[in-house]
Write a new protein. Structure first.
Length: 343
């Protein structure tokens, strides 16, 4: 079974081909990705209308590239998968429209995929794929969640953010420091030059007794500290960046280890854009080694949004018989779609 996956939920256009034999982990045959970061930098963030228009320009050339690299033809596709949600409505409609048009033209079924399930299953694309069951830390610009995963489609929410996600905390703190867009990676690079103990910043909900997250208060504390520094901010910016990163990583680390202890599971999967953060990986690797827990990540180039994770999620859902693709080509999208509502 050859699955074509299309991702267009926000500011990356991704296309990929994944092949499944029905047994074992599906195999990634090729993928291509275009990031809109350079286009949105002038505005300090994603402009939805511009994102949608750029997806229209990019998706078919990327598809042609993917087929050429895989040595496959469009007629060989068995299923066309696309991101149905969550994400920007206009951007989602581009991918859904292209996927359903291709499916109708080919007479092949289509499958709408949950974006977060794509991230959740993306470590199966790595050279060291996990095994069920495991605890999953989904950590990105829009979502921070801990879940128990017993199999494809079998997800139990353990904890989630009640306000800003970890990625938002990175980006908003970076903006307060004048680091531009995208802020998270810029803040992490600057933090390497600073002292993580320079400023005492809060670790919200660290001792809450549950597995929920909150990062809005941290952002406010960063803003307060930046104002206090005033003219000294440029000279102390690296220290403030390091202190901010340390606070975010400590919360993610301790909540993840608590989730493992409470569930009794010995595997941790970390997925989403923030999963590429070097400090987070370093500290999780060390903590998991001490606890004799296996930790799995997607490959670094597959941490951000991409078509490979959409094609993989579709293939795994079909292989597990938890969903069937459809030849009903009328479509809708779900800009807001909690993962625990996935059926």
């Amino acid at each position: 079974m050859l699955v074509l996956g299309i991702e267009s939920s926000c500011d990356e256009t991704g296309v990929a081909l994944v092949e499944s034999s029905g047994t074992g982990v599906p195999v990634l045959r090729s993928h291509a990705l275009h990031s809109q970061i350079e286009m949105h930098q002038a505005y300090g963030g994603v402009v939805p209308e511009l994102a949608s228009r750029d997806h229209i320009r990019r998706v078919l050339p990327l598809a042609q590239q993917v087929f050429a690299e895989a040595g496959r033809m469009l007629s060989q596709v068995d299923v066309v998968a696309y991101t149905r949600g969550p994400g920007l409505a206009g951007a989602l409609l581009v991918g859904a429209g292209v996927a359903c048009a291709l499916g109708a033209a080919l007479g092949k079924p289509v499958l709408g995929v949950h974006h977060l399930e794509g991230h959740l299953l993306s470590p199966f694309l790595s050279a060291d794929p996990p095994q069920f069951p495991f605890v999953a830390l989904l950590v990105s610009g829009g979502h921070t969640q801990l879940m128990r995963v017993d199999g494809v489609g079998r997800y139990e929410m353990l904890g989630e953010t009640i306000d800003d996600a970890a990625g938002e905390a990175f980006d908003k703190s970076a903006k307060l420091m004048g680091l531009g867009y995208p802020g998270g990676p810029a803040l992490s690079r600057l933090a390497q030059q600073g002292d993580p103990k320079a400023f005492k910043l809060p670790r919200p909900l660290l001792h809450s007794g549950n597995l929920d997250f909150s990062f809005a208060g941290l952002k406010t504390a960063v803003m307060t500290q930046a104002k206090k520094l005033g003219e000294e901010l440029p000279a102390r910016k690296a220290d403030l960046a390091a202190s901010t990163e340390a606070a975010i990583v400590e919360v993610l680390l301790k909540k993840s280890m608590t989730a493992l202890k409470e569930t009794g599971l010995t595997r941790l999967v970390v997925a989403g854009g923030v999963g590429a953060n070097g400090l987070l990986r370093e500290q999780l690797n060390a903590a998991c080694a001490r606890a004799r827990v296996r930790v799995h990540y997607p490959e670094l180039h597959l941490c951000t949004d991409n078509g490979a994770m959409i094609a993989m999620a579709a293939a795994m859902r079909l292989d597990a018989h938890v969903q069937t693709a459809t030849t009903e080509y009328a479509f809708d999208v779900k800009p807001r779609w909690p993962l625990d509502q996935l059926t």
